[in-house]
Design a protein around this ligand. Sequence first.
Ligand SMILES: [Zn+2]
Length: 81
Amino acid sequence: MTVRKRFIAGAVCPGCGEQDKLVVYLQEGEAETRECVACGFTEKMGSDEMKTELPTRVAPAVSVDPGVKPLRLVANPVSKG
Ligand SMILES: [Zn+2]
């Protein structure tokens, strides 16, 4: 089977710093892979990305000082006349 490689427009290679040299392709049974055609840098996507994404999703709730009232950013509807 043929592996389709797509260029990532505007992407900068973390390996060599070249722009528009990164391609992304998906192999059967493999995670999506980014590859630099200039320096050969490869990076697996998918599972690794999920690992870094999870902590931000489950970030601890910001503790709010009970003495501080939250600012109302939504204007109150004021009935005029
Ligand atoms: Zn590169």
